[in-house]
Design a protein around this ligand. Structure first.
Ligand SMILES: *[C@@H]1O[C@H](CO)[C@@H](O)[C@H](O)[C@H]1NC(C)=O
Ligand SMILES: *[C@@H]1O[C@H](CO)[C@@H](O)[C@H](O)[C@H]1NC(C)=O
Ligand SMILES: *[C@@H]1O[C@H](CO)[C@@H](O)[C@H](O)[C@H]1NC(C)=O
Ligand SMILES: *[C@@H]1O[C@H](CO)[C@@H](O)[C@H](O)[C@H]1NC(C)=O
Ligand SMILES: *[C@@H]1O[C@H](CO)[C@@H](O)[C@H](O)[C@H]1NC(C)=O
Ligand SMILES: *[C@@H]1O[C@H](CO)[C@@H](O)[C@H](O)[C@H]1NC(C)=O
Ligand SMILES: *[C@@H]1O[C@H](CO)[C@@H](O)[C@H](O)[C@H]1NC(C)=O
Ligand SMILES: *[C@@H]1O[C@H](CO)[C@@H](O)[C@H](O)[C@H]1NC(C)=O
Ligand SMILES: *[C@@H]1O[C@H](CO)[C@@H](O)[C@H](O)[C@H]1NC(C)=O
Ligand SMILES: *[C@@H]1O[C@H](CO)[C@@H](O)[C@H](O)[C@H]1NC(C)=O
Ligand SMILES: *[C@@H]1O[C@H](CO)[C@@H](O)[C@H](O)[C@H]1NC(C)=O
Length: 827
């Protein structure tokens, strides 16, 4: 997540089901993708992977995915802004109306009333002339023409019900917008200075230069997921003349409110608003028209987080006089460079799997937003990379960065550089970063696991990749040891956690503040983050830190209350007072089947001790020491029964990150075939190729990368180099790592496409019998190491069988756990 409170989310889903009739996107989108997948089955080279991407997956059902035009990690993502709950601007729900198209968005963000959406442009027909134009937010909003929304990587299009088509394509910091008007109409455009999706305008200016046809604007806005006191600055530069092919007619400004103010200033070229001290929302901007009734109008936009001048320079340098088609073509090429990093066997892979996979891979390169050289505030002078929309580390550490480690160490290192730089600037690494501002802390300092994963997988290349491992380790130690003044926005409640070995409920704090809730889940997350720190200490021969953090990695044990019982299962994670007494929370509380309305997220009255989860769900979260968790839970058989019960009773929540690893839990009890069945079930009951095809907010590609791992038949242990082997949904795939110059081909020997469904039918091979790496059989069929596979390259053969009972064990070794001697060496 972040999600809106669980109960709000449920209420929304019911409402949406009752009122929305899916009439978007255009049915042509799926037809085009299906045809491309079919044709590609026989292609041998020059495959355009962008054709397989459905950018609308996740634009319904609170997926909060932005389907707008973007390049990989683009700072600009151009899409339309819809009324209703649409945090990424766009949603498919055709009962909602369009207020404009804008260049800045985040994708998959979850909570809040939206992120960015600044600098909207709305095309208008004003038959009564300038003074009659519908400029205010409410007056200008329009429905779309049903079944017409269309988009693909690098391209976005939407047609209003008045037949004006809006199209967009983009570069990292700029874009081209093309508007097609009905014949014989005079094009008008509203340009919005003040509005952003969450309505946080705190002052700004706008200037029209009618000779050059350039409008520059910028100002201050507030955070979408953090303290409202923080503001960021943003700027845009609109060029209206399309290299002299278009002529401005009228120009001026407008201002409006929801109580009747509706004024236009023909010929006025300057607006300057200071912060609105009395409250209320400013509505204001520019209004222009074009001469000669052109059928299409092309507008160039540049954005910057530094200055209006830089916004113009970005448009000039990144787009210049390139045509709309040129920009689309460059974007498609940039996407193919990313998407071709993992090549599926297109002939043998079920079409839906191909579409789910490449759509997921697309979203795994869509965020975070690369705002390098666009820094402000305390980062203004940094020479390091800067990424925005780290939204949030608690969501992304589990699968997003481990997937990146397979293919993209260069991109990974740049993001790690940005994390470490935040430690240099603020003293702690970021947990959430939204709109260039520090956001709310969720689990703790999950950035430790992210940079730790990088160190474990690429330490030999770190220097070449521009990462100083000593800085990286210092940043981790700062998170682990130093208590910030306010742990709501960075770091951890480190002092008391390190003193007690858990985050005590109702702690006495003197020099630091933060919301004293989520003690159970924070202890579990801190403890796993300590495991990541411990691994890097091991790598770097830091003996004393290694010992300290090995101990702390076992702190999860301190919140295990063996006396609590639920549904006949004994022992649950619970919150605990400083004096050692546990304080009881019903393990069902805040689970999907909890029927009591209560706060489960960051609210101060979330008293359950867990963040956006139940104790039923969080009690599994010990990925680094599951062997001991099994003992605590009463042994293998009880553990397996408890996992089954967890899924069957409905405590599992596919759209929530703490549930991510649970379907593979069976591996640790020596029953890998049950993980295979569980993952098939989880995928087909929660994911598909429709706009509602992800089970929750994409969360900076968390859902996308979870699904990618499931389809590849792998699951990572973050902060380590271990990968669990499950069962691929495809007969063959090749992972290319162009930095290491290695490729790894994974073949599913005996693959049976019939096994690729929710319930594996009898006789369909899907259970892992054997794994060989470059011809050498592996002693375990449950796990292997990143260094032996993706770091080296070569051929992996995963042989599958239909004979479940013959292969329902891991063979020579279970996946690793600290308490059974695992993770003893750093590769
Ligand atoms: C692909 O090739 C096979 C065998 O040559 C053929 O049967 C099939 O029709 C081809 N499919 C397409 C979509 O061209
Ligand atoms: C779109 O279709 C819905 C019914 O699904 C209808 O109520 C609505 O009026 C249509 N919108 C437009 C703009 O035609
Ligand atoms: C906007 O107005 C404020 C307050 O009057 C003034 O300080 C500032 O310089 C003005 N900015 C511009 C760009 O006109
Ligand atoms: C981010 O942008 C910078 C500056 O253009 C570029 O050097 C870098 O490669 C980009 N990184 C990614 C991951 O897009
Ligand atoms: C840690 O010690 C091992 C064995 O002595 C050595 O090979 C390695 O280079 C050391 N690593 C660092 C980062 O000092
Ligand atoms: C521990 O502290 C809690 C909260 O202050 C209190 O309710 C409980 O009685 C204490 N337990 C013991 C054994 O002192
Ligand atoms: C809430 O759930 C419990 C346990 O499942 C059930 O016994 C109870 O009847 C439910 N209450 C309501 C109001 O639905
Ligand atoms: C659970 O099963 C595994 C694999 O068979 C075995 O190695 C382990 O000792 C068992 N654990 C317990 C607590 O019985
Ligand atoms: C592919 O996905 C669509 C949409 O979820 C579904 O209707 C269809 O049955 C799926 N096809 C297969 C072969 O699974
Ligand atoms: C990978 O290949 C490129 C180009 O051939 C070369 O510049 C680079 O040094 C190689 N990298 C490694 C890690 O071998
Ligand atoms: C596993 O592979 C070995 C050869 O490496 C083979 O002898 C054995 O039969 C295979 N086991 C299964 C269950 O397929």
């Amino acid at each position: 997540m972040p999600l809106r409170t669980r109960f709000a989310a449920f209420a929304f889903a019911l409402l949406a089901a009752a009122t929305s009739v899916l009439a978007q996107p255009s049915p042509q989108v799926q037809k085009r993708i299906s045809a491309a997948i079919k044709t590609a089955a026989n292609a041998t080279s020059d495959i355009d992977y962008t054709q397989f991407v459905n950018v609308f997956i996740g634009t319904d059902n609170d997926g909060d995915v932005c389907p707008g035009a973007s390049i990989p990690f683009g700072m600009v993502k151009i899409t339309t802004d819809l009324t209703g709950y649409a945090p990424a601007g766009y949603i498919v729900d055709n009962t909602q109306m369009v207020r404009g198209m804008s260049p800045l968005h985040d994708s998959g963000t979850g909570a809040s009333s939206g992120s960015y959406g600044n600098f909207e442009v709305m095309p208008l027909l004003c038959p009564g002339g300038f003074d009659t134009c519908t400029t205010s937010l409410d007056a200008r909003q329009r429905f779309r023409k049903n079944n017409t929304d269309n988009a693909s990587p690098g391209y976005f299009s939407l047609t209003l019900d008045n037949d004006i088509q809006m199209e967009a394509t983009s570069t990292r910091r700029a874009g081209l917008e093309r508007f097609t008007f009905p014949k014989n109409s005079k094009p008008y455009f509203v340009l919005d200075l003040a509005n952003d999706l969450p309505g946080t305008f705190a002052g700004g200016t706008l200037d029209i230069d009618s000779h050059s046809g350039r409008i520059t604007l910028g100002g201050l806005w507030g955070s979408s997921w953090g303290p409202g006191q923080f503001n960021y600055q943003a700027f845009a530069c609109y060029d209206l003349l399309n290299g002299g092919h278009q002529t401005l007619d009228e120009f001026g400004v407008w201002t409006a409110d929801t109580n009747g103010l509706d004024a236009k200033g023909l010929g006025v070229t300057h607006l300057n608003f200071t912060r609105n001290l009395i409250g209320g929302v400013y509505q204001s901007g520019a209004l222009v028209s074009f001469a000669n009734e052109p059928e299409t109008v092309t507008i160039r936009v540049g954005v910057s987080f530094k200055s209006a001048e830089q916004a113009c320079a970005n448009a000039e340098s990144e787009i210049g006089s390139a045509s709309f088609e040129d920009v689309v073509a460059s974007s498609v090429a940039a996407w193919n460079e990313k998407l071709s990093k993992i090549e599926l066997d297109l002939a043998g892979t079920p079409a839906n799997v191909t579409e789910m996979f490449y759509s997921s891979l697309y979203r795994s390169f869509l965020t975070p937003n690369n705002a390098t050289d666009e820094t402000q505030g305390p980062f203004a002078d940094t020479t390091h990379h800067y990424f925005d929309s780290l939204y949030c580390s608690w969501d992304s550490f589990r699968t997003f960065y481990p997937l990146m480690a397979l293919t993209s160490p260069v991109e990974f290192s740049q993001i790690v550089d940005s994390y470490i730089d935040a430690w240099r600037v603020h003293g702690w690494m970021p947990e959430c970063r939204a709109n260039h501002l520090r956001g709310w802390t969720q689990g703790g300092s999950s950035g430790d696991v992210i940079v730790g994963h990088f160190a474990m997988t690429y330490h030999d290349q770190a220097a070449t990749l521009g990462i100083d491992l000593n800085d990286l380790f210092s940043a981790m130690l700062a998170d682990g040891e130093n208590t910030p003044a306010n742990w709501d926005i960075e770091g951890r409640e480190a002092g008391v956690y390190n003193k007690y070995g858990y985050v005590p409920a109702s702690a006495f704090e003197t020099d630091s503040v933060g919301r004293q809730t989520r003690e159970g889940s924070r202890t579990l997350e801190y403890s796993f983050e300590d495991f990541a720190i411990r691994n890097v200490a091991l790598l770097m021969n830091k003996t004393s830190e290694f010992n300290t953090f090995t101990d702390r990695a076992l702190n999860y044990r301190n919140v295990w209350d063996s006396s609590v019982e639920s549904d006949g299962f004994k022992g649950f994670m619970q919150k605990r007072f400083a004096n050692g007494t546990f304080t009881f929370t019903d393990p069902v509380a805040c689970s999907p089947i909890d029927n009591v309305s209560r706060s489960c997220s960051l609210q101060d009255d979330n008293v359950v001790g867990f963040y956006e989860s139940s104790s039923w769900e969080y009690s599994w979260f010990v990925p680094h020491d599951t062997a001991h968790l099994i003992e605590l839970m009463g042994g293998n058989e009880t553990f397996v029964n408890r996992l089954d019960h967890f899924f069957e009773k409905g405590y599992y929540y596919a759209g929530n990150e703490p549930s991510f690893q649970t379907p593979i839990g069976y591996h640790y009890a020596g029953h890998p075939t049950q993980s295979v069945e569980r993952v098939r079930d989880v995928v087909f009951s929660n994911f598909d190729i429709t706009p509602a095809g992800i089970p929750g907010n994409d969360d900076q590609g968390a859902m996308a990368t979870l699904l990618s791992f499931h389809l590849l038949g792998l699951y990572p242990v973050p902060g380590s180099t271990e990968l669990l082997v499950v069962s691929p949904f495809t007969p063959k795939y090749t992972v290319h790592n162009s930095f290491l110059n290695v490729s790894t081909t994974v073949t599913t020997k005996g693959f049976d496409a019939r096994s690729v469904q929710q319930t594996i039918p009898a006789g369909a091979a899907a259970y892992v019998a054997n794994v060989t790496i470059n011809g050498a059989p592996l002693a375990s069929r449950c796990h292997f190491d990143f260094y032996d596979v993706f770091k080296t390259g070569g051929d992996v053969v995963i042989e599958v069988t239909a004979d479940k009972s013959a292969v329902d064990s891991c063979g020579a070794s279970l996946p690793m756990s600290l308490s059974t001697g695992g993770f003893a060496v750093a590769r």
